[in-house]
Design a protein around this ligand. Structure first.
Ligand SMILES: [Zn+2]
Ligand SMILES: [Zn+2]
Length: 655
């Protein structure tokens, strides 16, 4: 009984005489328990076991998350949340953001606190400070957080009237909190107090600071108050937290690995591409090796599309504004488009490749016998993205899509969609990526007949089922003009990247009045599908760089081999080897500089060149080469011609 009393005394004295003195509670396993009135989540946990009481982070009271000090109600369904529960991580992370704010306020009393939510990777807190935080400041903050966590300070909930809360925070000089509370449509607000620190919060929170046992401050960024550029710039401190140190360490190791593989860093080191303020943010400049990588992918794409019955087409970069009005892009997508005017005629720079493809379809009368038509274009598009979201090659303002538009009869739709899915499957296998598929169905606001939607959705669904792979359905998440399939590839760090999309479209055939003549001589509307396989070439290269950490497979390596001389004595034969390989189509470089061999080898390794061909006196004498792979393994000694054939076979095995 003493356990009950300990818990119950926290929220309500047992001496409330004459009232209901007992509560009946149902646990997740269906069992019921009787507790004295005033019992809390913690006293319930204690009635089950002292260990559980200690491990309790929060409770779930009739499905709602509450603090362990929350009083129970008669007849409630109650669950104890421990660090094993799926809900625990968010509570721990959010609580750690409070811990960080407490540390900041102790170290920087002038700092103003704003908000600190849990996010997918951890948490952040935005502070208004005169001086931006330095790395040393962050270290101090983290150390202070550890001390506060160790001190095991209770975290206590209080409920105040809105007016009292405004007065409390305005007395503390916390203007942002006053602003937040003033905007709330509530009579009372809840606060959480831990030691001298108090924050406005809905909760729930961990019972005491010692529950924050595995955390790390990860980064710092500027962020505008309420995300509005007209407001003050705040300091956003990011951190992450886990239930235990092992999980935290595994996560941090993954982050380190991602940093090591960052395509912006590797893009610079491998001299693939750059960005320049003089050119404009979000516009990649491709250096020789990066441009070679692109060219390899583009050639691969052309070949694969031709194999599958696509026609290659090319449209102009700018099209008259009137055409964008007709397509609906002007009305719905104008903010993301670039426009120009020449000889008093307005033009829109294309953000999509569809329109020229429509015009090609319309350039002649089409019969059902001509269908399906599959127009493929490596189409370069410009889309104005906000500066804040630009991110290396992953988010740019100019990119090239491997875009195609399929135009077919309604009967052909099933086969066409299946063809695209098997295309995606082939390509992902070639690059060695796993992937996931999602179907997005009809949203509330949509155009097109029920019949159109049913046919298109069934075609997509049928192809997904046919693929034999698991997929998800996002009900009502399709575009207003048709259902779609999104395909996300999974990289070696288990991150998901959008690549292929298959989108049915009921508007463009209408707006452009596309028709074909059917077997009975009647004019019919063709069905239209937009689809990409890799998506944006820029983005895909960004993903490839990170996935392979710059160690590209031989078939896509912009440089496949490098010829190195030991001394000037081997130059002549080395030159012959270089020329032989180059003429045989091997992407080869040479380094005949009068430098130490060790230095030249290190440079080639940093460039992650697959094969190093060191030419010494023995190679000169025997007229051979001894190719050495970047992992340190060696091929047998062979002639330059034989090596060229070996590379050609390796490349051919991919496509
Ligand atoms: Zn909170
Ligand atoms: Zn399109």
């Amino acid at each position: 009984m003493s356990q009950y009393e300990t818990g119950a005394s926290e929220s309500m004295p047992l001496s409330v005489k004459g009232l209901l003195m007992e509560l009946s509670i149902t646990l997740p396993d269906g069992s019921t328990r009787t507790l004295p009135a005033g019992a809390t989540v913690r006293s319930l946990a204690a009635s089950i076991g002292a260990g559980l009481a200690k491990a309790a982070i929060a409770g779930k009271l009739n499905g709602e998350l509450v603090d362990v000090t929350a009083p129970l109600v008669d007849g409630a369904q109650v669950e104890i949340v421990t660090d094993k529960s799926p809900e625990a991580l968010e509570i721990i992370r959010h609580s750690t953001s409070h811990l960080m704010a407490q540390a900041v306020k102790e170290l920087f009393p002038q700092a103003k606190v704003t908000i600190g939510p849990a996010i997918e990777t951890g948490f952040y807190y935005d502070f208004d400070v005169e001086q931006p935080f330095t790395p040393e400041d962050l270290e101090k903050i983290e150390n202070r957080m550890r001390e506060l966590a160790k001190a095991d300070i209770p975290v206590q909930r209080e409920v105040l009237s809105k007016d009292d809360a405004i007065k409390l925070f305005s007395d503390m000089g916390e203007g942002y909190k006053v602003e937040i509370i003033s905007a709330l449509d509530a009579e009372t607000v809840s606060l959480y107090r831990q030691g001298g620190f108090v924050d406005l919060c809905r909760g729930p929170h961990v019972p005491s600071t010692s529950f924050c046992r595995a955390f790390k401050i990860t980064s710092l960024a500027g962020a505008y108050w309420r995300g509005d550029e007209k407001n003050r710039m705040l300091q956003r401190v990011y951190g992450t937290a886990f239930a235990d140190k092992k999980e935290l360490d595994a996560y941090l190791a993954r982050i380190e690995e991602a940093k090591r593989r960052d395509h912006r860093k590797l893009g610079r080191e491998l001299d693939l591409f750059s960005f320049s303020d003089e050119v404009g943010a979000g516009f990649a400049i491709w250096h020789p090796k990066g441009a070679m990588l692109r060219t390899i992918l583009e050639d691969f794409e052309r070949k694969e599309h031709l194999k599958r019955g696509y026609d290659i087409v090319v449209g102009p970069q700018i099209l008259k504004t009137e055409l964008w009005q007709r397509s609906g892009h002007y009305e719905n997508y104008r903010e993301n488009m670039y426009f120009t005017e020449v000889d008093e005629q307005g033009f829109g720079i294309k953000p999509m490749n569809c329109l020229a493809h429509m015009m090609i379809y319309k350039s002649q009368l089409r019969s059902y016998r001509d269908l399906p038509l599959r127009f493929f274009e490596l189409g370069t598009v410009h889309r104005h993205e906000r500066a804040g979201v630009l991110h290396g090659l992953l988010r740019v303002r100019c990119f090239t899509q491997d875009d195609a538009h399929l135009l077919c009869t309604p009967d052909q739709l099933d086969t066409e969609i299946k063809g695209v899915i098997s295309f995606v499957n082939d390509v992902m296998a070639i690059f060695g990526f796993e992937y996931e598929m999602e179907l997005s169905t009809r949203p509330e606001k949509s155009i097109g007949s029920d019949e159109d939607w049913e046919r298109a959705t069934n075609a997509l669904l049928g192809a997904l089922k046919d693929s034999g792979r698991p997929f998800e359905i996002n009900e009502g998440d399709g575009a207003f003009y048709g259902p779609k399939i999104d395909i996300k590839l999974r990289d070696c760090l288990d991150r998901r990247w959008q690549c292929a999309t298959i989108q049915c479209d009921f508007t463009l055939p209408e707006r452009f009045d596309l028709t074909y003549v059917d077997a009975n001589g009647e004019r019919k509307r063709p069905v239209m599908v937009h689809r990409v396989i890799l998506g944006s070439i820029e983005r895909f290269i960004g993903v490839l760089i990170e996935h392979f950490a710059g160690n590209f497979p031989v078939w896509i390596s912009p440089v496949q081999a490098i010829v190195l001389t030991v001394t000037d004595n081997q130059q002549e034969y080395a030159k012959q080897v270089y020329e032989t390989l180059r003429k045989a189509g091997v992407r080869v470089q040479k380094d005949f500089r009068n430098e130490k061999l060790g230095f030249k080898i290190r440079e080639a390794q940093l460039q992650k060149v697959p094969y190093m061909l060191v030419i010494g006196d023995r190679e000169v004498e025997t007229k051979t080469i001894a190719p050495r792979f970047r992992d340190g393994s060696n091929l047998e000694t062979m002639s330059a011609e034989a090596f060229a054939e070996y590379i050609a076979r390796e490349v051919a095995s991919f496509h």
